[in-house]
Design a protein around this ligand. Structure first.
Ligand code: PRT
Ligand code: ZN
Length: 292
């Protein structure tokens, strides 16, 4: 059957944003009673709601075609299984965090290079070991599935390697961050290899929509009035804008109306420099969808 199945986290930090992203791609689902399998309406894409840790293997087993999961989780499985079958298709703009090394405030370990021969508690032993090895450090991994931050206090490890976002958990446990091993975000993964032609077509359509949504998120539609002789400079000042549309202004032959899509983030500083270059009546609008 030519339907695509996507695995997303059932409940947790990635759930809401994953679903929101798919809905922005125009996908609608009939939510089933047990809530684990949602059937796609209008577009043949169904959802499977699972624990995030299960997503990489669900893809490797061929149960789902796509999955949204943290790069930290996917990288761990790729290293553990020595599997190159999992392919990162798109990096997403949510679920951001860092895998960091932290030690007790009073520790003798002052920098990452002091970790040789130490015991490190982590839920990401393969990833941590690999990243440390790349820096020429060999340490013993103590694998824990949760509450990693209490390991040094219990004496089961000298340091931890854990995900950090605000740093509150570290501070509450009197741990200090020594350094970042890995910056992670959520990403869309698939399995490498050939899909049947019809499924591939479906996947390509979905990815094109996704790219549109991802681009639109940063993009802005800018409208302004510009002096005719500053069109080139103003176009250059618009971040990521190409080929603006120009329209004559009946009221002022020396000025034109200029419309452009900026594909990069537009800051107040950009608007100020546009004004400095002679632009007026500057309007910035959000872009909802983009294709092509
Ligand atoms: O039930 P299920 O297994 O599906 O969920 P889970 O509890 O295992 O995962 P969840 O929802 O906590 O995290 C899912 C993904 O979110 C992770 O794999 C990361 O890719 C991403 N993410 C982003 C984070 C964090 N930020 C984060 N801060 N995952 C975990 N944390 C934890 C961290 O482990 C530590 O305990 O939050 C604590 C630190 O947070 P701060 O803000 O105190 O620094
Ligand atoms: Zn989990």
């Amino acid at each position: 059957m030519n339907r695509i199945r996507i695995a997303i986290q059932k409940s947790g930090r990635l759930s809401e944003r994953s679903l929101e992203l798919l809905q922005k791609c125009g996908l609608r689902f009939v939510r089933s009673k047990d809530k684990l399998y949602w059937y796609g309406q209008d577009f043949p894409v169904d959802l499977l709601l699972v624990r995030d840790d299960d997503i990489p293997r669900i893809l490797l087993d061929g149960v789902c075609d796509l999955g949204i999961v943290g790069q930290n989780t996917a990288r761990e499985v790729i290293l553990e299984d020595d599997s190159r079958e999992l392919e990162e298709l798109r990096r997403l703009e949510f679920g951001g965090c860092r895998l960091s090394i932290a030690v007790p405030e009073q520790s003798n370990i002052k920098e990452i290079s002091d970790l040789n021969g130490c015991r490190i508690a982590t839920s990401y032993p393969a990833l941590t070991e690999d990243l440390l090895q790349q820096r020429g450090i060999k340490a013993a991994m103590v694998k824990l599935s949760g509450s990693v931050e209490i390991a040094p206090g219990l004496g089961t490890a000298d340091a931890i390697s854990d995900l950090v976002s605000t740093g509150t958990t570290l501070r509450a446990n009197h741990l200090v961050e020594l350094g970042v091993l890995f910056e992670s975000t959520a990403a869309l993964y698939g399995q490498r290899g050939n899909l049947p032609a019809e499924k591939q077509t479906l996947l390509d359509r979905l990815l094109a929509r996704l790219d549109g949504v991802l681009q639109a998120a940063e993009s802005k539609y800018v409208m302004l009035h510009a002096p005719r002789n500053a069109i080139e400079e103003i176009t250059r000042l618009l971040p990521g804008a190409e080929h603006p549309s120009l329209m004559n202004l009946e009221s002022d032959p020396d000025r034109v109306a200029l419309h452009a899509v900026c594909r990069e983030t537009l800051f107040w500083e950009h608007l100020e420099s546009l004004k400095g270059a002679g632009a007026s009546a500057i309007l910035v609008l959000p872009v909802e969808k983009m294709l092509g």
